[in-house]
Design a protein around this ligand. Structure first.
Ligand code: IVH
Length: 678
């Protein structure tokens, strides 16, 4: 054994590990990478190769260990050194003012109390124990006293430091128990559920359930594939960190490498806290993750100690909850919709109900299996839920409200639109109409083709497409380019002028970037993101058309299902004919990889709030057309924040980073090439 321990090799491995820990932190915690994904992957591969060759040098905190370990038979439990308490809930301003009064009464003071306000993450609470800077154990909250040991699972979360950051001005504490919330973002949730449906697995009801299910896997290799994230918000037992306030603790945690929610604000009076709550409530849909309220904490630790705890919760904190995004209503009927790929989706028509400020009258039921699993019947009283920008869905039936007159639902054996046969293959969840010429499918395909993120044809809306398909004027999206003002002006509610405008818009749409073009084709499993990956990997349509399944599969981010779907699409003779017709009609594909050159070349913009005249999509297109980039998060790399009405938290973040904030008019001036006014 000793002969294989070569000091140079050990040194090499140690250097690689340190570099990977560092770049992992830049990417997943600070959202500010310094190297490309490919460079990172190369380093990781080098480390894994060395560790494979010399397994005796593997350690549990190696960055390569994030892929998960061998499955457990069951979870062990462990006692928290300090109990993990829960929070008292408040539901309105009166409860919060009452809390503030109670705090002052308890402290026998009339002076203003300083609070820290934090988003209340809707995820799963965890505690991580670090000894001498190394992650030793992670547990769930459990019953607050004992939790389940989920160390192998937590190690797979990229934002969790496996070793703490050694900064020159800070000693690594000998013992540090940190607490935080593990969650899945809204986008991660959508992607995960899409994947599950594809694999014939039941979708998760919401991001919280998805996070809980992923964290409680006995096989951590499964957890490693889930898009888990984490924010830390406090500590348990600690040695070697002396702090004055909760905010100081958060700042120290950040320095040690922990991810802290950038929305957290210190030094607030109770009135400021109310403002914070209102702002967060109004902007919560713009946040990339779900929150269910604001946690208000007395900031000074001596005051926290004086206040102490009740048996269940600390007296120094309260959760100020948002109005629920769930409501109950009745299912009036169930309609079956046909999508562009023929998938039949049952949709519930509901008695309209207000769910957190939005009136909901329809909700997706996903597929027949879901209806069976939840035993949903027509006439049932149900819980509906709205989560972010996700389509509302039926969560569960209130069985106690059944009268006995509810009707069971059955998927039709034929397509509700074209009456063709329905394919309910064993391997798929969705039943499908197999007739590619089904008017409903054509309509959806054309709608998708003309949509904002695809050809973006202004004025070609749903009602018009319905007429065009019904009158056999459009049977495939290639027919769009043969429409004339004459034909169009013969349609309902279409004057000569709007017909001419539409023809102009169609003409204008013909120059299109490769990524958008691929997306527009409506290939199954190819959304905007995958289309961009394909465009980036191949650069031209011919290469994509001729790629074999294996070529496609070898691209980072493309799995076997997508690869087969893309290759299958281009094998289909009918699709090749349609492509030829598109090109013959004058569609011109411009490569994605050449960003436009213009007045904004090299500048990074972030948009926030409602702009006065420009839709967000339009602003983004204009910026990109002038050579600029649009990013969704404010970071040090941001050059300008364009702020409209009700700007939200990005504005504060921009101010913190010293990012220049401009309004729509200033943006327009920059677009037109005038020198920067700022
Ligand atoms: S502090 C004793 N801060 O809410 C106080 N909790 O209802 C400990 N949560 O179990 C909690 N975001 O899972 C705190 N910023 C935040 C939080 C937060 C979410 C959860 C946490 C806790 C539950 C209490």
């Amino acid at each position: 054994m000793s002969e294989s321990v070569d000091p140079d090799r050990v040194k090499k491995i140690e250097t690689l590990r340190q570099a990977l820990h560092y770049h992992n932190h830049r990417y997943y915690v600070l959202d500010d990478p310094e190297i490309s994904d490919a460079q990172y992957d190369r380093m990781m591969r080098e480390l894994v190769d060395l560790e494979t060759a010399y397994p005796e040098l593997i350690t549990s905190d190696s960055p390569s260990m994030r892929v998960g370990a061998a499955p457990l038979a069951q979870f062990e439990t462990a006692r928290h050194s300090l109990p993990m308490l829960s929070l008292e809930n408040g539901f309105g301003e009166a409860d919060i003012l009452e809390f503030d009064l109670r705090v002052k009464r308890f402290l026998k003071t009339t002076e203003q109390i300083q609070y820290t306000a934090e988003p209340k993450m809707d995820g799963i609470a965890v505690e991580l124990v670090y000894r001498s800077g190394r992650l030793e154990r992670a547990t769930t909250r459990g019953d607050g006293v004992n939790g389940e040991v989920i160390t192998a699972n937590v190690r797979t979360i990229r934002a969790v430091p496996l070793v703490l950051q050694d900064t020159h001005d800070r000693e690594i504490p000998p013992l540090l128990e940190v607490r935080g919330e593990v969650f899945i973002s809204k986008a991660g949730f959508r992607r995960l559920n899409a994947e599950r449906l594809q694999l014939n697995q039941p979708p998760f009801a919401n991001p919280r359930n998805a996070a809980a299910g992923s964290l409680r896997q006995l096989d951590s290799r499964v957890t490693a594939l889930r898009p888990l994230e984490v924010f830390f918000y406090g500590v348990g037992m600690v040695q070697g960190l002396s702090q004055e306030s909760h905010w100081d603790i958060l700042c120290s945690l950040r320095q040690l490498g922990f991810r802290i929610n950038p929305e957290i604000r210190p030094n607030l009076t109770i009135v400021d806290v109310m403002d914070f709550y209102r702002r967060l409530d109004a902007n919560r849909h713009d946040l990339p993750y779900e929150i269910d309220g604001v946690v208000i904490k007395v900031d000074k630790l001596p005051l926290q100690r004086q206040l102490g705890n009740t048996s269940r919760s600390p007296r120094w904190a309260i959760a100020y909850k948002f109005a629920a995004l769930q409501a109950t209503t009745r299912i009036v009927s169930i309609e079956v919709q046909v999508g562009r790929t023929g998938a039949l989706t049952p949709v519930a028509h509901l008695e309209p109900v207000n769910v957190g400020g939005v009136v909901v009258s329809r909700a997706t039921l996903h597929n027949e299996d879901e209806i069976k699993r939840k035993d949903i019947r027509i006439g049932d009283t149900v819980f509906v839920q709205r989560a972010g920008d996700v389509i509302p869905e039926v969560v569960k039936v209130v069985v106690s409200r059944r009268s006995g007159h509810e009707k069971k639902f059955r998927m039709p054996a034929t397509c509700p639109v074209c009456k063709s046969q329905v394919d309910s293959a064993e391997t798929e969840v969705a039943a499908r109409c197999i007739n590619a010429a089904c008017p409903a499918q054509i309509k959806e395909r054309v709608k998708h083709f003309a949509s904002k993120a695809a050809f973006d044809i202004d004025g070609l809306g749903e009602k018009l497409i319905e007429q065009l398909v019904a009158r056999n004027l459009v049977g495939s999206y290639a027919d769009i380019f043969h429409l004339t003002a004459e034909t169009l002006s013969g349609l309902d509610r279409m004057g000569t002028k709007s017909a001419m405008n539409l023809v102009r818009a169609i003409e204008k749409s013909k120059r299109i970037r490769l990524g958008r073009f691929i997306y527009a084709l409506g290939i199954r499993h190819v959304g905007e993101h995958v289309a961009k990956i394909l465009a980036g990997a191949f650069h031209d349509l011919n290469a994509i058309q001729n790629a074999r399944t294996e070529d496609l599969e070898s691209i980072d981010g493309i799995g076997s299902v997508v690869a087969e779907s893309v290759a299958g699409f281009f094998r289909e003779a009918q699709n090749r004919i349609t492509l030829d017709r598109l090109l013959a009609a004058g569609v011109q594909i411009v490569p994605d990889s050449q960003p436009a050159e213009g007045s904004l070349t090299g500048l990074v913009f972030v948009l926030t709030g409602t702009l006065e005249t420009l839709a967000r999509h339009a602003a983004q297109q204009l910026i990109e057309a002038a050579g600029g980039k649009v990013s969704s998060t404010v970071s040090r790399n941001t050059d300008y924040l364009v702020a409209g009405k009700s700007p939200g938290s990005k504005l504060q973040r921009a101010q913190e980073f010293g990012v220049k904030v401009i309004d729509e008019n200033a943006l327009k001036k920059m677009l037109s090439g005038s020198p920067d006014q700022g």
